[in-house]
Design a protein around this ligand. Structure first.
Ligand code: FRU
Length: 614
């Protein structure tokens, strides 16, 4: 009886509504039945603006130009409410007949039996429109002021970074049609100073082989691939049911890419992705490190021409963290401090299995003979697991190729797969970390480690000193500073402490609502602890509140800190990057209260200076 009533109500509603035809604003949508709708673009306009509702499932959209499918995208088309719109750029098809064949997800079609919502009543069906502009004005309280973010849409891993002719190129995993992971495309930004970023058109878009997963770029100075001398060659993963490796090349310095017509160039039997390709200066060979994701190892190949690859070795089985998939490798050489030798660093990002849950960047230090990487062992004869960063939000970290002055600069995705899609932003989602300079150092245990120091260019961000202290002895009563509201909580804090053999000191950043983060150093066990359990908004994920701990690797209680605070992140660097901690925070109002104390006894504060951000 209940079912009959439901069917009758549905039928009555269906009878009252028109045939499912929407016309107007140069867009004509016609419901075809089942889950299918045809949208004809009849008017003029650069963009078709698609309304998105994030909690909906994806609709599959085939874009037809003169009746041929030119691209397929997946969009969470809005049903009952619009979170934001995304633009489908129609300019490449000017003068041609454009239509969209839309397959709505199960449950959103005209299913009389279950009384599912009627497609023609849905917001997207009624409000899709044409426009010559797409508004990218920032409306987000948590969008960082001085970290790289996409102009709109979702971002994950940094990809294909290279430096050429004074420009730092940064590509990234981009969804141009929504702020959750989907439609993987290489977005593109450039910078001349690693501080100011300019946004460009997406560089590499999905095709019939698959969507465009992570990868790298190399400059082919010798024309070994045959695309031309000094061509920028990108190698990426074409991801569909299988993951294969493909090439694209650019003769305009990385602004536009042509796909190689021999793609895919490398196909394995099992999941392999995120090719990191470089010319090994010692062997002159093209070298490729590929993540053999589910086997928890990295594969090493060589090639004379970037196209034909020979497998040389595998590294990693049974080593380091084996809990999650291995992804996004990088391999580079760095000088050993105080000697003439050098060592190779192999970065193996993993997800999950990070020290505080979810994704994180682990690395190994060792030797590389051009074909095989051998990790150094510690004094117990074991290969130690090392982490680049001891926060929760530092992943997919890889370096720029061809950086000037033999520098090795890296950038990471400042999020964690545990909650990246749920953080409280909409128009865009995710930022990158600050760029960091890599260097080897010897820890107090005699082992070599990787230091992550803020790139020197970041000094240009320093504005006026808004709080300052000279030498002082700290005790249990906190020394308090109030930062001017004009800073909006954006600052760089520099501070130098001497905690002796047993001292403890705390730095707290807080706001009027009582939300705060506390960073605490303890000389007894030589650790830095970062507590964001009460940092602000965290109800989007039970995995978000966290306390993270870094080994500081010094043995004298002397600690120099640089702490960068942006609208939704805190990055702490200690002793020239010997420890780094990157954590997102979502305070409801900016942290303007800073306090420093030594709860359990005396600690010397040598200096403290807080800079506003220019
Ligand atoms: C890492 C990763 C890569 C893959 C990409 C897809 O975060 O899973 O392995 O190429 O994201 O977006």
């Amino acid at each position: 009886m209940e079912k009959l009533k439901q069917i009758m109500t549905c039928a009555a509603v269906a009878a009252l509504l028109p045939l499912g035809l929407h016309a107007g604003d140069g867009v004509k949508a016609e419901f075809l039945g089942g889950n299918n709708t045809l949208v004809r673009v009849t008017g003029e306009g650069r963009y078709l603006l698609l309304p998105v509702q994030e909690n909906r499932d994806d609709a599959k959209i085939n874009v037809l130009v003169d009746n041929e499918t030119v691209k397929t995208l997946y969009v969470r088309l809005a049903g009952t409410g619009t979170d934001y719109t995304v633009p489908l750029d129609l300019s490449p098809y000017k003068g041609k007949k454009v239509s969209l064949l839309i397959e709505t997800p199960e449950g959103h079609g005209q299913g009389l039996h279950e009384c599912k919502s009627e497609v023609k009543d849905e917001i997207w069906f009624r409000t899709m429109s044409l426009g010559d502009t797409y508004d990218t004005t920032n409306r987000e309280k948590y969008r960082p002021a001085y970290h790289h973010t996409p102009l709109y849409g979702w971002m994950n891993d940094p990809n294909g970074m290279f430096f050429k002719d004074g420009v730092w190129h940064l590509y990234y995993q981009h969804n141009p049609y929504g702020s959750k992971w989907q439609n993987m495309t290489w977005g593109h930004s450039t910078s001349r100073d690693l501080v100011n970023w300019e946004h460009h058109r997406d560089a590499i878009e999905p095709d019939g082989i698959g969507s465009i997963f992570s990868g790298s770029c190399a400059i082919d100075t010798e024309n070994s691939a045959g695309f031309g001398k000094n061509t920028v060659v990108a190698m990426y993963t074409s991801a569909a049911r299988t993951q294969q490796q493909s090439l694209a090349w650019s003769t305009d310095g990385g602004m536009t890419f042509h796909k190689y017509d021999g793609n895919p160039t490398l196909t394995l039997d099992s999941e392999a992705r995120d090719p990191n390709m470089f010319r090994n200066p010692e062997t002159g060979e093209w070298t490729l490190v590929l993540a053999h994701a589910l086997d928890h190892e990295m594969l090493i190949f060589t090639s004379p021409d970037m196209k034909e690859w020979t497998l040389q070795s595998a590294f990693g089985k049974g080593l380091g963290s084996q809990e999650g998939v291995w992804e996004c490798p990088d391999l580079f050489e760095l000088p050993v401090p105080g000697g003439k030798n050098s060592k190779w660093v192999l970065i193996c990002n993993i997800n999950p299995g990070g020290p505080f849950g979810g994704s994180a960047a682990q690395y190994f230090i060792g030797d590389f003979d051009g074909h095989k990487f051998t990790a150094d062992t510690d004094k117990d004869g074991k290969v130690p697991t090392k982490w680049m960063d001891y926060g929760k939000d530092h992943y997919a970290t890889v370096s720029w190729s061809d950086a000037p002055d033999n520098r090795r600069v890296v950038i990471g995705w400042m999020s964690n797969w545990e909650y990246a899609a749920d953080v409280p932003t909409h128009q865009y989602r995710s930022a990158n970390t600050l760029p960091r300079e890599m260097r080897l150092f010897r820890g107090s245990d005699g082992d070599l480690y990787l230091a992550s120091e803020p790139a020197s260019e970041l000094l240009a961000l320093r504005g006026d000193a808004v709080a300052e202290s000279g030498k002082k002895t700290l005790g249990a009563t906190p020394v308090k500073y109030t930062l001017p509201a004009s800073t909006e909580g954006l600052c760089e804090i520099t501070a130098s402490f001497d905690a002796g053999r047993k001292g403890v000191f705390e730095i707290t950043l807080g706001n009027a609502a009582g939300e705060h983060v506390t960073m605490k150093y303890n000389a007894s066990d030589r650790t830095m602890t970062f507590d964001r359990t009460e940092a602000g908004v965290s109800d989007f994920s039970e995995r978000f509140p966290a306390v993270t701990v870094a080994p500081t690797r010094e043995n004298n209680g002397k600690v120099e800190l640089r702490i960068f605070v942006d609208r939704s992140s805190v990055e702490l660097f200690g002793n020239g990057g010997r420890f780094a901690m990157t954590n997102l925070v979502f305070p409801t109002s900016p942290y303007l209260d800073l306090s420093v104390s030594a709860p359990s006894g005396k600690v010397k504060l040598n200096s403290l200076k807080v800079y506003s951000i220019k």
